[in-house]
Design a protein around this ligand. Structure first.
Ligand code: FES
Ligand code: FE2
Length: 393
C-alpha cells in the first residue's frame, strides 16, 4: 500500500478531503480588498475560488455581485459604469442591475424590454471591518451564513500580552496582497511549517535585529501542535513554540557547518486556521501580529495577503504604526522576509502539479504540524470550490 518513496495511502487517506480541495474551501469568508482600495463609486473585480466578483461602493455601502453580465457574459468590472446610486450598469449594452438583489432594473437603450425584472445576477454577502472588506463565497443556497468571526483567527486567551484581533475595537491594519503562482494549500502549509525557517536564516530583518532564529524547530511530543476547535468559532492548529517542553530549537548542525546566527531570543507563535489564515503573534516584533490569507483564485494561483495588525487607541499611536509600517514592517518584513516564502511556494507548485506531490512527497518529523493541519482542515470542510470551466469535469 505504499508507492516507491512517498506517503502510504493509509496516511493520505486521513486527510483525503483536504487533498481533493484543489480549488479551495467553499462557503467561507475571504478578504476581497482593503477598504482603501475601493473608493466611493468605485468598482473592482476579484476572483475567489473560481467566482468572479465585482465589488462596488455606493453611498458608503459596499456590495459584491457576480462579475458576469447575464447578456453576453462580459465582466462588469472590465469598464466600470455606474449611472445611478445603488446600481451597476454593464458598459457593453447597458444592462443595469440593482446592487442589493442583483435584479435587472433597466436596459439603458431599451427600458421596456421583457427581461427587465425577470433576470438577475448573483449577489454575495459582504462585511467591512477595520479596513478590510470580506466576502462570503460558495454555494448560493448555503445557509445560514456563518459569522465572520468563525473564519478568522481567535485571540488566544492564555497569552498575558494578547495581540490585536482583526475584529478588535482599536485594531488598525495595514498590508499588501498579490497574485502568486501556486496552489493555496502549499502557501498555507509553508506558513505553518517549522522546518522552513532555513529559508529565512540570512534575512535582513533577522540579521539587523540580531535574532536567534533557529535553523528548525523540532516537535517533542504529540501536543506540540494543538488542535483548536472552538464551538461556533474558528478551527485551526497552533504550534506551541512558546512551550520549551514541546519544541526544541535546533541551533546548529556540525555536519553541514551551520549555526544559527544572532543572540537575541524572540518569542513568536504560529497558528493556521480554516479556510487558510495564518496568525503569527508578536511578529515581526513584540505587540504586532502578522495575519496571512491564502485565498484560492484557481487551482494553480492564490492571492497572498500579508496584513499587520496593531492595537492603536489614539491618533498618535495610529500614525506611529503607519510610519513603522512604511519604513520597517513593509520593506523588511512583508517584502524582504516573505519574498523567501513566495519563492519557496512557487518552487513547490511544479511537483504537486506534474508529479502528484500529494502522494509523492516524503514527509519527515518536522512535518508533524503540517499533517495535523491537513487532518484538522479535513474535519471542517463546508464544501469545495470547483472549476468553472465548462469543458472540464
Ligand atoms: Fe452586458 Fe451586453 S454584455 S449588456
Ligand atoms: Fe516564512
Amino acid at each position: 500500500t505504499q508507492n516507491a518513496v512517498g506517503n502510504s495511502f493509509a496516511v493520505v487517506r486521513q486527510y483525503a478531503p483536504y487533498v481533493q480541495a484543489n480549488w479551495g474551501y467553499a462557503n467561507h469568508w475571504y478578504p476581497a480588498l482593503f477598504s482603501e482600495e475601493l473608493a466611493e463609486d468605485g468598482v473592482k473585480g476579484v476572483t475567489i475560488g473560481g467566482h468572479d466578483l465585482a465589488l462596488r461602493r455606493s453611498q458608503g455601502k459596499t456590495y459584491a455581485v457576480s462579475d458576469r453580465c447575464v447578456h453576453r457574459g462580459v465582466k462588469l468590472s472590465g469598464k466600470p459604469m455606474c449611472l445611478a446610486d445603488g446600481t451597476i450598469t454593464c458598459w457593453y449594452h447597458g444592462f443595469t442591475y440593482d446592487l442589493s438583489d442583483g435584479n435587472l432594473t433597466t436596459i439603458v437603450g431599451n427600458p421596456d424590454d421583457a427581461l427587465i425584472g425577470n433576470v438577475r445576477i448573483r449577489t454575495y454577502p459582504v462585511q467591512e471591518r477595520n479596513g478590510m472588506i470580506y466576502v462570503f463565497v460558495g454555494d448560493e443556497d448555503f445557509s445560514p451564513v456563518p459569522d465572520l468571526s468563525t473564519d478568522l483567527p481567535m485571540k488566544v486567551t492564555d497569552d498575558a500580552n494578547p495581540v490585536a484581533h482583526l475584529l478588535g475595537e482599536h485594531t488598525v491594519v495595514k498590508g499588501i496582497h498579490r497574485r502568486l503562482v501556486g496552489n493555496w494549500r502549499l502557501a498555507a502549509e509553508n506558513g505553518l511549517d517549522p522546518g522552513h525557517l532555513l529559508v529565512h536564516w540570512d534575512n535582513q530583518l533577522v540579521v539587523a535585529l540580531d535574532r536567534a532564529l533557529p535553523l528548525g524547530l523540532q516537535a517533542l511530543s504529540e501536543d506540540a501542535t494543538e488542535m483548536i476547535d472552538i464551538p461556533d468559532g474558528p478551527k485551526g492548529v497552533m504550534n506551541r513554540y512558546d512551550k520549551p517542553e514541546l519544541y526544541r530549537p535546533v541551533l546548529e548542525n556540525p555536519k553541514v557547518n551551520m549555526t544559527a546566527r544572532g543572540t537575541v531570543p524572540h518569542y513568536f507563535r504560529v497558528s493556521l486556521w480554516v479556510p487558510g489564515v495564518l496568525m503569527v503573534e508578536h511578529w515581526p516584533i513584540s505587540n504586532f501580529v502578522q495575519y496571512e490569507f491564502y485565498v484560492p483564485i484557481d487551482d494553480h494561483h492564490h492571492e497572498y495577503w500579508e496584513v499587520i495588525a496593531y492595537r492603536a487607541e489614539t491618533e498618535e499611536e495610529r500614525k506611529e504604526f503607519e510610519f513603522k509600517f512604511d519604513n520597517f514592517l513593509l520593506p523588511l518584513g512583508l517584502l524582504d522576509f516573505n519574498n523567501r516564502d513566495v519563492f519557496a511556494r512557487e518552487a513547490t507548485e511544479e511537483h504537486y502539479t506534474r508529479f502528484d506531490g500529494w502522494t509523492n512527497e516524503v514527509l519527515c518529523d518536522m512535518d508533524f504540524s503540517v499533517v495535523s493541519w491537513r487532518k484538522q482542515a479535513s474535519r471542517h470542510l463546508r464544501g469545495y470550490f470547483s472549476s468553472p470551466y465548462h469543458d472540464e469535469d
